[in-house]
Design a protein around this ligand. Structure first.
Ligand SMILES: [Zn+2]
Length: 684
């Protein structure tokens, strides 16, 4: 239950949004249509020298006066728009619930899923009953062989956390779908949480033990055993985590591409009967892609060496943990105390209706998405966006032509890749079907199970079929964007094509500084340290001359070093290696957007709006897009796991590498962040 069927590791998204759970205090859509002011001057802090810290100059007053709502992990641009969207989705769902819906229609399914999730009276009455069948099966397991069978059987119902399996393009044969296995099996954000011994991490482990103890207690285990089981789970997960690759290691596509004949994998992991596992998972193939083989080698050992009773405790913990948001209040509160309060710093749980709107988006995304775009997306926005994308693509091409460090040979291939970008804007041309998902007003848990089974079937049916490049990974209302290297595509869901990213009535400086930089960002992902390793057809394949690759790496290293030097919360460092791809995309994206802006009438002129020159508005609009205040706890997790830099550096990193920025704000060499022209970074 609630298992996020993995859609691939290599997707480059625009921003961290996992924690976006927002509060309903923002302007309605009607207000947004009438917007006449596109940059919030009152949020600036003009006592800050723009050369000392541009992010604070642009956003300082807003940061000082903004209080993060108790139910939130942060607040600002993305959160605000997310909040507006989720309210729109809620109104769609509530309206659909009041209408007489035909059984099996889109309206019936989304409305009833929402209704069942909101029916906390029934959920409370059911208690732990939904978990019972699963717990009974776990109780019957006698040895690790039976356990592996249980895991494989359960995976298609969204249960079981030890095998992480998905069907997606073979990285080296991008038109062919392959069975991909990757590391899994831990409940903390990543490996280091099990091993670091600083006070903060130790506190997180202590709180995790409390959480696990509470879950065991809620499922009927007595107090003494509950705490013992929790201890066992943490110890077992620590052993599992030991074999995990780090977030930085996971960024290397070559190292995470390991193709095995099933027979060869069998030899390396003799305790896992792969033939049987694949049969149960309904996978018909001779070859598998294993992202992190050492994870499965370690599992192979742990299966046989750890007592089965301890494994069964882990299975029960996983089951309760995964189902916790679909169960009664005591489960939800326990989950909030750990994942919400301790890990994210939230002070109050997310409102139930937001959780359930989210769940509807996650489970029936392209049904709800159809209703959303009918009401909230204008076809003109798609046209305008497409012309912006085309403008930026032309500029990117001409910048590539002019690169002094790249050979004509590599350039030709890079330009062909740029020209081959698939562009997706707004929503899919063809919608996914959910015919076999059975949704009733009855029980939320059963609805989710049906949805999970459908998602698994939809995924497994792709195996053996060519890759469908019309497919979308994000739903239409999502406030985000992505580059998918296997498809060589840039994708902008309807959700992000709104203020502060995009507005029909805004001047070009505002739109190019915002959505323009976002478009440039996604395009640059095709040529960041990961994306550049994929060719124009989405195949992981070396297409650079060795000399050009060496030059790229040297330039990228300077970017890594620059961001390694950024600190926040006094002693917390940005990880320049973890964030390299995103930083390259931020820097490249802003440069390309700026050059495209200079081709517009406003960009060529010098007419001030609201006292700001066109260039000043461009850079300030960019800074406003990243106007986000984040809770310290969430930021600490992000610094370890999120490939995106904190917002302050997503602004400051790129602007201080651009001569136009220095000119626009007349920044002198005495300014704190002044970088001598020879030392400025950038690749594209
Ligand atoms: Zn990105």
């Amino acid at each position: 239950m609630y298992l996020k069927l993995n859609l691939g590791l290599s997707l480059a998204v625009l921003a961290f949004v996992a924690g976006c759970q927002s509060k309903g205090t923002e302007k309605s859509n009607a207000d947004v249509d009438q917007r006449t002011v596109f940059f919030d001057r009152s949020g600036m802090d003009t006592t800050v020298n723009p050369g000392d810290n541009f992010f604070l100059y642009a956003n300082g007053t807003w940061l000082k006066k903004t209080e993060i709502p108790k139910t939130e992990t942060g607040w600002g641009s993305f959160y605000t728009l997310y909040n507006q969207n989720i309210k729109n989705l809620q109104s769609i769902l509530e309206a659909a619930g009041k209408e007489d819906q035909k059984q099996g229609s889109a309206g019936q399914k989304v409305a009833d899923l929402y209704t069942s999730g909101m029916d906390t009276v029934t959920i409370e009455k059911l208690g732990i009953k939904p978990l019972k069948p699963l717990f009974d099966k776990i109780d019957q397991i006698k040895d690790y062989k039976q356990m592996i069978a249980f895991l494989a059987d359960g995976y298609q119902n969204g249960e079981g956390d030890l095998f992480d399996f998905y069907v997606g393009p073979d990285d080296k044969l991008s038109n062919k779908n392959a069975a991909n296995f990757s590391q899994s099996g831990i409940s903390l954000p990543e490996k280091s949480y099990y091993f670091n011994n600083d006070a903060q991490t130790k506190k997180i482990r202590t709180e995790f033990l409390k959480y696990a103890t509470k879950l065991f207690t809620l499922t009927g285990v007595d107090a003494a055993n509950a705490s013992k089981y929790a201890d066992n789970v943490l110890k077992l997960e620590t052993a599992i985590a030991n074999s995990h690759s780090t977030p930085v290691e996971l960024r290397d596509p070559q190292k995470n591409y390991n193709k095995f004949y099933v027979a060869d994998l069998q030899k390396q992991t003799p305790n896992i009967d792969w033939k049987d596992v694949l049969k149960r998972l309904k996978i018909k193939t001779d070859t598998l892609l294993v992202g992190q083989p050492k994870y499965y080698q370690s599992l192979n050992t742990l299966f046989a060496t750890q007592p089965i009773e301890i494994w069964k405790q882990k299975l029960k913990f996983d089951a309760a943990n995964n189902a916790s948001t679909a169960l009664g209040k005591a489960f939800r509160d326990a989950r909030f105390e750990f994942y919400g309060r301790t890990l994210s710093g939230q002070q109050a749980p997310t409102e139930r209706w937001k959780t359930i709107v989210n769940s509807t988006d996650r489970n029936l995304g392209e049904l709800l998405g159809q209703l959303y775009v009918e009401q909230y997306f204008k076809p003109e926005a798609k046209e305008r966006m497409l012309s912006l994308v085309n403008n930026l693509q032309k500029v990117y091409h001409s910048r590539m032509e002019k690169l002094d460090w790249m050979s004509p040979e590599t350039k030709e291939k890079a330009e062909a890749k740029l020209a081959a970008f698939i562009k997706k804007i707004g929503y899919p041309d063809k919608w996914k079907k959910y015919d076999d998902v059975e949704i009733s007003k009855g029980t939320y848990y059963a609805n989710l199970q049906s949805s999970d089974r459908h998602a698994y079937k939809e995924m497994i049916d792709k195996l053996g079929k060519p890759v469908d490049k019309t497919e979308w990974v994000m739903t239409p209302p999502t406030v985000n964007a992505y580059y998918n290297p296997s498809f060589n595509e840039i994708v902008f869901p309807a959700g992000i094509l709104q203020f502060p990213f995009f507005d029909f009535n805004a001047d070009d400086a505002i739109n190019y500084g915002a959505i323009g930089a976002v478009i440039g960002h996604e395009m640059t992902h095709g040529f960041d340290d990961q994306g550049r390793q994929y060719d124009k057809d989405g195949n992981l394949k070396e297409w650079w001359t060795a000399a050009d690759a060496t030059k790229f790496t040297a330039k990228a290293k300077k970017v890594t070093e620059l961001y390694n030097g950024f600190t926040l919360m006094d002693d917390q460092h940005v990880n320049g290696s973890l964030t390299l791809g995103e930083n390259l995309a931020d820097i490249g994206g802003l440069n390309i957007a700026y050059e495209a802006f200079k081709l517009t009438q406003q960009g060529k002129g010098n007419t001030k709006i609201d006292g700001l020159s066109p260039d000043q508005r461009f850079f300030l609009s960019f800074a406003q897009v990243w106007r986000i205040k984040t809770r310290d706890e969430t930021m600490r997790v992000r610094l370890k796991t999120d490939p995106h830099s904190p917002e302050m550096f997503r602004v400051n990193g790129p602007v201080y590498s651009m001569e136009a920025f220095y000119k626009a704000f007349n920044i002198q060499p005495t300014a704190k962040m002044f970088v001598a022209p020879a030392n400025r970074v950038g690749v594209w």
